[in-house]
Design a protein around this ligand. Structure first.
Ligand code: SF4
Length: 270
């Protein structure tokens, strides 16, 4: 498991400023509240540097209503753009778990803009709100662990249908993810450099999707083109483009360990 230090967060924020086009910074995990003091300082630092700041949590900490306010009070003073809470049967028994409600109610009471993010996996009883917090539903994306654990019973289609990347603008990404090992991800496990080895601003300024061994073909024709380029014969059908993409990348990882990493994104312990 990787954990980012406060000094590393500061360096990343400084580099983000240099890029010139970064205006939003979102803290997510894993679970960022596990490192609470460092999280609060990091949020403050990001706000002080002029970023719009958001935060994603599974609300594991919101065990009691009053105690939930203790957790959120320091954060309420920082002027967050949003606190998003993950809540669905993959996180808790239902959308309205006690913890989700406690966290959402505490955020509303303290004036923190809050929303609930839930996965629409078909038979969920859909609610528009948990307390005062709005609920947004997103479809299941079979990336990472979901590609391994959730695809067995999912309806499948022929691999030939997945000829584009449906979720990321690979030619001109509007966002990237940074992990605690320093890898900069355009999509989970699809990296364009390591900011502990090369300045973040340089990685972004030098981004050229055409010359990237994985992103080039994915941008040109989705997972179908990736399989063609590397002569990876598809076997079977897939739940979605990301499932196919993940299976291909898992096979290619040994030959491209610097762009298909870290191992945690591919179910490996590190
Ligand atoms: S997993 Fe592949 S197909 Fe899915 S969003 Fe990422 S790059 Fe695109």
């Amino acid at each position: 498991m990787g954990v980012m230090s406060l000094a590393q967060v500061e360096e990343i924020l400084e580099e983000s400023k240099k890029i010139g086009t970064v205006d939003h910074v979102y803290f997510e995990g894993g679970e960022p509240f596990l490192y609470y003091p460092v999280l609060v300082e990091s949020l403050k630092m990001a706000k002080d540097k002029g970023f719009d700041v958001g935060l994603l949590s599974n609300a594991y900490w919101a065990t009691y209503p009053e105690d939930s306010k203790l957790w959120l009070r320091p954060i309420s003073k920082l002027g967050l753009r949003s606190l998003s809470l993950s809540a669905d049967p993959f996180h808790y028994e239902d959308l309205e778990s006690e913890r989700t409600k406690n966290a959402a109610d505490a955020a509303v009471e303290l004036g923190i803009p809050v929303n609930i993010m839930s996965i629409d996996y078909g038979d969920t009883v859909k609610k528009d709100k948990v307390g005062e917090a709005e609920v947004g539903f997103g479809g299941v994306m079979y990336k990472g662990r979901a590609a391994v654990n959730l695809t067995e019973d999912a309806p499948k289609k022929s691999w030939e249908e997945f000829d584009e990347c449906p979720h990321e603008d690979l030619e001109d990404p509007g966002r990237v993810h940074v992990d605690p090992f320093g890898f900069v991800h355009v999509c989970q496990g699809l990296t364009i450099g390591n900011l502990f080895e090369k300045p973040f601003s340089e990685i972004i300024k030098n981004y050229d999707y055409r010359s990237h061994p994985m992103i080039g073909p994915l941008a040109a024709g989705g997972p179908v083109e990736l399989s063609r380029k590397y002569a990876c014969t598809p076997d079977g059908e897939y739940a979605d483009a990301c499932h196919f993409c993940y299976e291909l990348r898992s096979k290619l990882r040994e030959d491209y360990p610097e762009t298909l990493c870290p191992g945690q994104c591919y179910g490996e312990e590190e």
